[in-house]
Design a protein around this ligand. Structure first.
Ligand code: GLA
Length: 414
């Protein structure tokens, strides 16, 4: 009897633990790619997507890590076929989705697609409600590797149940498909999303701006990227390898000044955010390309510990953010949110920092760290001396601190 009870308890705890977290190796670091929505909305077609796949390769984006090419809303025909299967819009995609996936795969990229948990997508195309298993099989048959699953037209539906159903439908296909929940943070998806998905949107849609004032009368307004950062800052405990907070896709290259693009990209890296570019890669400027493909900044985002950064201090409109990295290294970002340049005067030795989440310690009295400015690759010496730099308005100073051997007098291993 006792053995039976123990066995049952073990089985139950196994069942509960496999429920608690999606057993996913698909996104051990935040997913990287490109998505059609931020620039093209519904104006997508086969020729443009082929060109974008080519540009992902020729621009160096793919080799920098951007592998998912994701079609957002409006790829579908307005109705399902006679067997209720989803079908591509025959005018926009005359060769269909399977052929499109093959083209994307032939470039060494992965194929992402979009649908919605509701009866219709946000743009009014057939939604998945009631067709979850059928649509998952359709995607698998097309070679889809990533599904963004939105939240329009879901009146009366329970969010967790809807995302659980689609997650199970994807799992039942036995094709590895990254599941990107796009529920806008309405039902605190960070609290339950890890059981079902690799990433979940934490906010409403991003717009092209630093700060976008809400329109009167509660009319829908996108968010500027600093507004999104403020919503993300308190959610760091929910992110980690395989399950990420998603502060929405990048607006780099879509019209903000270069300093703001740089700050936006840097802060997404500090937040361990998915890096999904949303600009026209075929015509981007060299400046934009250099921001998006900065290897040092991408390495901060993609660090294998997967710890979302911490807002450590705010002083005179300059925020100090820290992100613990593998091997005891740290990324440190000074983010100037004011409209004037600011002097940063940071004494590493008098700021012994213990990250309350990871318990990792940045202690310049115990170790000396070499400092590299990741935006110009120049050395800024070490943490032995006080950092004195100026950060321009709406810009960042992003530093990579690498740990050296323990300083003289310290015994190794202690
Ligand atoms: C919602 C999503 C966006 C985009 C559009 C498409 O607004 O949040 O990211 O997918 O729908 O209609």
């Amino acid at each position: 009897m006792k053995t039976l009870i123990v066995t049952l308890a073990l089985l139950l705890s196994f069942a509960m633990s496999s429920q608690a977290q999606k057993d996913s190796l698909l996104a051990l670091t935040p997913p990287m790619g490109w998505n059609s929505w931020n620039t093209f909305q519904c104006n997508i077609n086969e020729k443009m997507i082929h060109e974008m796949a080519d540009a992902m390769v020729s621009s160096g984006m793919r080799d920098a890590g951007y592998v998912y090419l994701i079609l957002d809303d409006c790829w579908m025909a307005p109705t399902r076929d006679s067997l209720q299967n989803l079908q591509a819009d025959p005018k926009k995609f005359p060769h269909g989705m399977k052929a499109l996936g093959e083209y994307i795969h032939s470039k060494g990229l992965k194929f992402g697609i979009y649908n919605c948990a509701g009866t219709k997508t946000c743009a009014g195309y057939p939604g998945t409600r009631g067709h979850e298993y059928q649509d998952a099989l359709t995607y698998a048959s097309w070679g889809v590797d990533y599904l963004k699953y939105d939240w329009c037209n879901t009146e009366g539906i329970n969010a967790e149940e809807a995302y659980r159903t689609m997650s199970r439908a994807l799992a039942a296909t036995h094709r590895p498909i990254v599941f990107s929940m796009c529920e806008w943070g309405d039902h605190q998806p960070w609290k339950w999303g890890a059981s079902y998905a690799e990433l979940w949107r934490t906010t409403g849609d991003i717009g092209r701006g630093w700060y976008i004032a809400p329109r009167p009368n509660g009319e829908w307004t996108p968010l500027g990227f600093t507004q999104i950062i403020d919503k993300e800052a308190d959610l760091r405990q929910y992110a980690g390898p395989g399950h990420w907070n998603d502060p929405d896709m990048l607006e780099v290259g879509n019209g903000m000044p270069t300093n703001e693009d740089r700050a936006h990209f840097t802060m997404w890296a500090m937040l361990a955010a998915p890096l999904i570019a949303g600009n026209d890669l075929r015509s981007m400027s060299e400046e934009t390309r250099q921001i998006l493909t900065n290897r040092g900044v991408i390495a901060v985002d993609q660090d294998s510990l997967g710890i979302q950064g911490l807002r450590y201090a705010v002083q005179d409109s300059v925020e100090t953010w820290l992100k613990p990295l593998k091997k005891g290294d740290w990324a440190v970002c000074f983010f100037n949110r004011s409209s004037t340049p600011k002097k940063v005067n940071f004494d590493w030795k008098s700021n012994v920092i213990i990250d309350p989440l990871s318990k990792r310690e940045l202690n310049a009295n115990m170790h000396s760290y070499d400092i590299i400015n990741l935006w110009n690759n120049q050395s800024l010496g070490s943490t032995k001396k006080i950092l004195k730099e100026t950060v321009p308005s709406h810009d960042v100073l992003l530093l990579y601190l690498s740990q050296k051997a323990p300083s003289v007098g310290m015994k190794p291993g202690k």
